[in-house]
Ligand binder design. Structure first.
Ligand code: HEC
Ligand code: HEC
Length: 419
């Protein structure tokens, strides 16, 4: 009988066991018996304690190396510092951004707001495969709980900061179709005090000859403007983006059950543990790495039949934008833009897997109706996979993904504004 067998047997069961060792024990004086049993228990305790150190105390299936890597997956208490935005953590800016986010007047026909596709009740996604703005959009709306954590915005990373993203939505003809000149005029009419308290005086927008009602790059009204006036308008919209970033930083998700398990405050179920073991051993973590379960990098994983340029095009758009991290509107030290790489062709950003069971449909174009379907499609991509995924493994992986739910941000940020 091995030491571990003694450990798993109970005192009650022992007298009935016909095993030779049990009979041998029965012949010995009672004190020796008790002594032996205690020694056995002591050994079991010692061994399991040693095993716990060598292997993984909280997730028994993991190797020592995988176990060590768990600490790097825990979510820090707050998202990384904002880049290029001096008002990113200013509460007044967050409140101003809060109002802008829910204001449908900031769209061509007054019907679309940011919240149309990023709904508080849908973890700030929209639950659709692809979004609907003024007309249909061809991509899936990501949950904004992860936005403050991500280095790149959009599936193709065409915005390199959170504050430079909103103008892409405002001016997108399919989404809000509201030009930067219209934005500036609307701010003057409705938000002048909030704006000027944070960013200083608005330009002389009353001068209709200098500042026509509508215009953006490509439209003749905009191109006819003086360079300095165009810069003044660009500054206004960059500032609106900075207020919207301040708001979205308040939406950042926080540590959840998985993080509590890493710190030892909670335990994962055995199914979740098995899923985690699979996730790490099958190489999902190569791309879905770090506290977001995203490497914040771009991968062409062949989910498109005719790959559009994706990240490769995103870099072209980024380089042409005056709002990029190398540009004049980026507060503080400017940053160099990344060089294009061959692997950017057809590549999309690895999405965070935090909250993933709540953010369907899945994929950049919402092609996966269930998280199971997304996992199955990914299985073949994982570097260390040679065998097909079994039903049990699929269940375990999905159970583990469920443990990645993060804690929602607090009210009032997490809800609709009182109006
Ligand atoms: C018509 C629907 C729609 C509207 C309106 C809309 N969005 Fe989005 N949003 C999307 C879609 C779709 C994407 C993904 C686009 C892509 O990657 O090309 C996205 C992406 C984003 C991202 C990037 C998130 C990430 O993880 O990459 C942020 C941030 C964001 N939107 C914020 C906003 C803000 C702020 C507004 C208002 C100014 C807004 N959105 C308006 C649909 C919308
Ligand atoms: C080579 C990098 C890479 C590997 C390995 C990888 N993924 Fe992904 N994952 C991605 C990318 C990129 C996307 C976005 C794909 C798209 O829609 O274009 C994604 C999307 C997903 C999604 C959908 C998320 C969403 O919000 O839409 C899930 C779920 C997922 N991966 C799970 C897994 C699992 C489980 C594994 C391991 C079996 C895995 N991934 C392996 C890069 C990877």
């Amino acid at each position: 009988m091995g030491v571990s067998d003694v450990g798993s047997g109970s005192f009650d069961a022992m007298p009935e066991q016909p095993a030779a060792s049990a009979r041998a024990l029965a012949k010995k004086p009672i004190s020796v018996q008790v002594n032996g049993v205690f020694r056995a228990f002591f050994m079991v305790g010692l061994l399991s304690w040693l095993c716990a150190c060598v292997e993984c105390p909280r997730v028994p299936g993991l190797s020592a190396r995988q176990c060590e890597s768990l600490a790097a997956l825990a979510l820090p208490p707050s998202p990384p510092p904002a880049r290029g935005n001096r008002v990113a953590d200013d509460e007044r800016a967050a409140l101003f951004g809060f109002e802008l986010f829910f204001d449908a007047r900031l769209s061509r026909d007054g019907t679309v707001r940011c919240a149309s596709c990023h709904l508080p009740e849908r973890v700030f996604g929209d639950g659709r495969a692809t979004s609907q703005g003024l007309v249909a959009v061809d991509r899936n709306s990501p949950s904004l709980y992860g936005a403050a954590w991500h280095r790149w915005q959009m599936w193709d990373g065409r915005a390199d900061s959170l504050w430079s993203q909103p103008l892409l939505a405002f001016e997108n003809e399919k989404e809000m179709d509201f030009t930067r000149l219209e934005l500036a005029h609307r701010v003057k009419a409705s938000y002048r005090a909030s704006y000027e308290a944070l960013f200083g005086a608005l330009p002389a927008l009353d001068d209709g000859a200098r500042f026509p009602p509508r215009g953006k790059p490509g439209l003749p009204q905009w191109e006819a403007m003086a360079e300095a006036d165009r810069t003044a308008i660009n500054l206004v919209v960059a500032n609106l983006g900075k207020a919207l970033e301040a708001y979205q930083r308040r939406l950042a998700f926080r540590a959840g059950r998985f993080d509590a398990a890493v710190s030892g405050a909670q335990t994962l179920t055995s199914g979740e543990q098995a899923g985690l073991t699979l996730f790490l051993s099958r190489g999902c973590g190569v791309c879905h790495s770090g506290p977001l379960f995203s490497d914040d990098d771009f991968h062409a994983i062949g989910l498109v039949d005719t790959p559009p340029r994706a990240r490769a095009q995103g870099l072209v758009t980024l380089a042409a934008s005056p709002f990029n991290a190398a540009g004049a509107f980026f507060d503080g030290e400017k940053e160099a833009l990344p060089a294009a790489r061959p692997q950017d062709e057809g590549a999309y950003r690895t999405p965070t897997l935090r909250n993933v069971t709540r953010t369907g449909p899945w994929g950049h174009d919402g092609r996966f109706e269930t998280v199971q379907a997304a996992v199955e499609a990914h299985w073949a991509l994982a570097p260390h996979v040679s065998e097909p995924l079994t039903t049990t493994e699929l269940e375990q992986l999905v159970a583990f993904l469920g443990a990645l739910d993060a804690t929602d941000p607090p009210l009032p940020w997490n809800g609709w504004p009182d109006r």
